[in-house]
Design a protein. Structure first.
Length: 367
């Protein structure tokens, strides 16, 4: 249920082989029993947690109900099950006081924790989009820089980080361009995935377009990554030494928007947020796109889509496309005791939308 790519389309033949017949039977089963088939988020059942958050791009849920949100002031916010919250600032950063849209979202001034992961010792791994580095922060805020240069060059726009069961870290870098907004205007293929292990840091996949969140399948056989600016999900086979090979598109070549955050559910659907369109979708194991929630501004989204197709996207056009529930919807996280509670992260929101899913999420490695 975790395997559809554009290289595996089933084409009809005059005399179907036994393998084709079996695949069609499996497809019928997937259609019939997919818990997301015919389901959408009921807006009336959405509630919110957190308050006065700054750029809550990435959300981490723990078993005990504690939530952690990346925060644009230069740290993370802890949200306890009773609703109380605490801002934990990085020890190496002054409070990010950038207030204008241009400084906070375009110029990426100051520390901007973006992707988060929990390390083996409970500390946070932070892909910092503002400082262009990979950092480790303990739960009291003590921060060290793990990586700010790779292969003799600045890292670039560090976006997301995850780790595997062998303790290896994988970091995505959206672009090397300075300023980074040139990437959006040119659709440059200069993003990459870096591997950090006992041998050090090295690039294991290059030439990607807007590299963003990445996730493993349950067996860690494949690594999936959102190429946001290309509007597609790619996947790589993971070799024994942690390096990546055989990039292929997972699902359609264009998922319908700028795919940002991704997360698997237990059935094998890959959920994704479409930032700025503020739409939540899921790619089924067959590679079909299901729209689960659409909160975008139709006119703004139409203008953004047209600009993307013409290669004329600008920060101003990007700013004109946004919804109301979760403005610039950026990530999706499963939590709760049954992993059926869904949390949405955003770049321009100040609270976290929450709703229930009919299917549990795939537990992350820290779970």
């Amino acid at each position: 249920m975790f395997g559809h790519t554009t290289k595996q389309d089933i084409r009809p033949s005059a005399t179907p082989s036994p393998v084709d017949v079996q695949k069609r039977r499996e497809a019928i089963i997937l259609d019939r029993y997919n818990p997301l088939a015919g389901w959408q988020v009921d807006r009336r059942e959405i509630h919110f947690v957190g308050r006065d958050l700054e750029r809550p791009e990435c959300i981490i849920a723990e078993r005990d109900g504690t939530l952690w949100s990346a925060d644009g002031r230069g740290g993370v916010v802890r949200i306890d099950p009773d609703g109380s919250q605490t801002l934990v600032l990085q020890s190496t950063r002054a409070v990010n006081e950038a207030s204008s849209f241009e400084d906070r979202y375009v110029n990426t001034a100051g520390s901007l924790p973006n992707g988060l992961a929990i390390d083996t010792d409970g500390s946070f791994l932070i892909a910092n989009f503002g400082t262009d580095s990979l950092e480790r922060m303990t739960r009291d805020g003590t921060t060290t820089t793990l990586l700010d240069r790779i292969e003799g060059q600045p890292v670039g726009k560090a976006n997301f980080v995850t780790r595997d069961s062998k303790g290896r870290l994988y970091l995505t870098v959206t672009t090397r361009m300075v300023p980074w907004t040139r990437h959006v205007e040119t659709m440059s293929h200069d993003g990459y995935i870096a591997l950090i292990d006992e041998r050090g840091a090295r690039i294991v996949a290059d030439g990607l377009c807007g590299t963003n969140e990445l996730r493993f399948d349950p067996d860690e056989r494949f690594l999936y990554v959102a190429e946001t600016t290309a509007r597609r999900i790619s996947r790589f086979e993971v070799r024994d030494d942690g390096t990546l090979s055989d990039r292929e598109t997972y699902g359609p070549e264009n998922v319908g928007g700028f795919c940002d955050g991704i997360a698997f559910d237990a059935f094998g659907n890959l959920w994704s947020t479409l930032i700025m369109a503020d739409r939540l979708i899921a790619l089924t194991p067959k590679g079909e796109v299901l729209v689960l929630l659409d909160d975008g501004d139709p006119a703004g989204t139409k203008a953004l889509d047209a600009a993307w197709a013409a290669g004329t996207v600008t920060p101003e056009i990007m700013a004109g496309a946004t919804g109301t529930l979760c403005p610039w919807m950026a990530s999706v996280t499963f939590g709760g005791p049954d992993l059926k509670t869904v949390y949405l992260g955003s770049l321009r929101g100040s609270r976290i939308p929450v709703f229930r899913s009919p299917v549990a999420g795939l537990p992350l490695i820290h779970w």
